[in-house]
Design a protein around this ligand. Structure first.
Ligand SMILES: [Cu+2]
Length: 112
């Protein structure tokens, strides 16, 4: 499944995944976001350049995704209850994201 997912990613995003894997090797993500009751909690987070954010789906049954559509990412794979996804941020800026299946679910990552 990982290989299948990787094959559809742009080289840029694949590099981001590799970067987040490196962050895991070196320690914990800088910030954790919980996905619960169709919300990203906290809805806005602030990290430093080079940091990794980790989202955990804390729902009992509902899948979601973490899709940086405005950054040009391809639609993100679903994450099911208990699963996580990570993204590393290597540029400063404001990065809004949404859930693919639920457009009303939005969040923002500020990178300083
Ligand atoms: Cu959702």
């Amino acid at each position: 499944m990982l290989l299948k997912a990787l094959s559809s990613l742009t080289p840029l995003l694949a590099a981001g995944i590799l970067a987040s894997a490196g962050a895991f090797a070196n320690g914990q993500p800088a910030v954790e976001v919980e996905i619960i009751k169709f919300k990203f909690i906290p809805q806005e987070v602030t990290v430093k350049v080079g940091d990794t954010v980790r989202w955990t789906n804390a729902e009992k049954r509902q899948y979601h995704s973490v899709w940086f559509e405005q950054a040009g990412d391809p639609e993100a794979p679903y994450i099911f209850p208990g699963e996580t996804t990570t993204r590393a941020f290597d540029k400063p800026g404001t990065f809004p994201y949404r859930c693919g299946p639920h457009p009303e679910m939005t969040g923002v990552v500020h990178v300083e």
